[in-house]
Design a protein around this ligand. Structure first.
Ligand SMILES: [Zn+2]
Length: 234
């Protein structure tokens, strides 16, 4: 089902559920559908990992939400389409590129997570008007990275203690980049290798960006497809 093309009949049916009430149904020629690996369960550039509750919520949280450029929450004109379908893929085997862009500590922690929990990806499917300039932007690979935007009000969990960093029984600090910078010279600062952001998640938008916080989040390429076809036999 992964593609960047005019939607097939089952995709078109899902897309049409989101059109404004009373308007004529979209035809396949009017729309492009694009499959995007939106996020996953390993470390981001900011040392954050989505917890299971957040990932579960995210599987449904983006349905009907905007497909935007550059997280432009203040500018509705930057919307290029909407999300009409989602899918979560869980497998023990991560894709060959899953550690690309991460530093050595982030790679080590990510390998550990995959060993314990397997690799999870959330795939989002976006619909764009076929005549919109964003179609050629994506079609010709000028923009491929993406980033999710939402309201997360979960707790920050320490992966070493499996309790909130706020709990006095956890002696660690969450390794936010700004905290790492701020306490760089403090020898007593006891940072955990990453922090788990877990709890309520309300999806607002998926954005096309130059480089997002989740290194593997991108429009599924022809090369990526080999991996996904293997984990999701068609
Ligand atoms: Zn701890």
């Amino acid at each position: 089902m992964f593609n960047f093309d005019h939607p097939n009949s089952s995709q078109l049916k899902k897309i049409n559920r989101y059109r404004p009430a009373g308007t004529p149904e979209y035809t396949s020629e009017e729309i492009y559908s694009v499959a995007i690996a939106a996020t996953n369960n390993i470390l981001s550039h900011s040392n954050m990992v989505w917890g299971e509750n957040s990932l579960k919520a995210m599987t449904k949280a983006f349905l009907g939400q905007d497909f935007l450029l550059n997280h432009s929450w203040e500018d509705a004109k930057q919307s290029i389409g909407f999300i009409y379908d989602s899918q979560r893929i869980d497998t023990p085997n991560p894709p060959p590129w899953y550690l690309d862009g991460l530093d050595s500590v982030q790679k080590q922690s990510s390998r550990k997570i995959v060993k314990q929990q397997g690799y999870s990806t959330i795939i989002l499917y976006a619909a764009i008007e076929a005549s919109h300039p964003a179609v050629s932007m994506i079609l010709y690979g000028r923009s491929k990275d993406v980033s999710v935007g939402g309201l997360a009000s979960g707790d920050y969990i320490c992966p070493l203690c499996q309790i909130s960093f706020k709990d006095e029984n956890c002696p660690h600090l969450p390794p936010h980049p700004f905290l790492l910078m701020w306490l760089a010279d403090d020898e007593d600062a006891n940072f955990a290798p990453y922090y788990i952001n877990d709890g309520f998640y309300n999806g607002v938008e998926l954005s096309v960006v130059v480089d997002g916080n989740c290194a593997a989040a991108r429009v599924i390429s022809q090369a990526d497809l080999e991996y996904f076809e293997e984990v999701v036999p068609t």
